[in-house]
Design a protein. Structure first.
Ligand code: F6P
Ligand code: MG
Length: 294
């Protein structure tokens, strides 16, 4: 089944189809983009490479052209912009994992979809949908419109369903331990990592949140962690652009996502670039993180 057939007359079909078209453009750009830094910084002070800027532009054009979209925010932008009269709002990390780009590892795009005229004050639970693209040896997308998660693969310029109703098991011995540097100060995290090692969990960590969480969804088990420490107690990952969409996808697949205490989807966005620690994946594995880090 192709994407259009699957969406049928769903109200958000035009937005998802427009995002899928943007992904085709980014996928092409990923194959040919310049590897160098462009000398500009994003709003969090991180150096941009050409593909960050290109992917952001492709998604902006998509948002401007799509009648359903009225508001846009991006990890690469400072604020939120009115881009039309539509009632939906999209926020995105246009190219997650861009530090992996020059070494030819998988990167991705993460999108949250809301019905709002400002992202300030929303929480992840308000999302009407979440959408992710993975640019690996194959380009895939997975998304939810709060009716489960399905994966589609780009084959001959068409997205074809390759995995239906993705489900994540209650537990599973697979770990993706982000920000291991935190172990230098946080003995609780070190103990958790030791638990995973001593209990023969399988390590699956690429350094990119998109491929790492995609791994959990496709294999159907495991946990991804990115705690904070020291002067970055909330870690690095952004609530609006990264964690909230991933949390919705994981919950829709039967898993969970926590900041160590609260459901990620219940955290209120007070700042567009707000960061949060995250533990996401199989329910019992997320609970174990909470227990160790309490
Ligand atoms: O967007 C941030 C990101 O690239 C994530 O994809 C990834 O999980 C994380 O950074 C890795 O961070 P670090 O390289 O600091 O461990
Ligand atoms: Mg990112």
């Amino acid at each position: 089944m192709n994407l259009k057939e699957h969406l049928g007359d769903h109200i958000l079909s035009p937005t998802i189809l427009a995002l899928a078209e943007a992904v085709k453009g980014i996928s092409q750009a990923v194959k040919t983009a310049d590897m160098g830094k462009v000398g500009t910084m994003n709003s969090s002070g991180e150096e941009q490479i050409a593909i960050d800027v290109q992917a952001d532009e492709i998604l902006r054009k998509m948002a401007e052209a799509c009648d359903q979209v009225g508001l846009l925010a991006s990890e690469e932008m400072e604020g939120e912009d009115k881009v039309g009269e539509g009632e939906y709002a999209i926020c995105h990390d246009p190219l997650d994992g861009s530090s992996l780009f020059d070494v030819n590892l998988s990167v991705g795009t993460i999108v949250g979809i809301y019905k709002t005229n400002s992202f300030i004050g929303v929480k992840g639970d308000d999302q009407v949908g979440a959408f992710v693209a993975v640019y690996g040896p194959r380009t895939t997308i997975f998304f939810t419109l709060r009716d489960g998660v399905n994966e589609f693969t780009l084959i001959d310029s068409e997205f074809v369903m390759t995995k239906e109703n993705i489900k994540v098991a209650e537990e599973g011995k697979m770990f993706a331990p982000g920000n291991l540097r935190a172990c230098s100060e946080r003995k609780d995290y070190l103990k958790l990592v030791n638990y995973w090692c001593e209990n023969q969990y399988r390590l699956r960590y690429s350094g990119g949140m998109v491929p790492d969480i995609n791994h959990i969804l496709i294999k159907g088990m495991g946990v991804f962690a990115y705690p904070g420490y020291g002067d970055q107690p909330n870690g690095k990952l952004r609530l609006l652009y990264e964690c909230a969409p991933m949390a919705l996808l994981m919950e829709e697949a039967g898993g969970s996502a926590s900041d160590g205490q609260n459901r990620v989807l219940e955290i209120v966005v007070k700042d567009l670039h707000q960061r949060t620690p995250i533990f996401v994946g199989s329910k019992m594995e997320v609970q174990r993180c909470k227990d160790f880090l309490a």
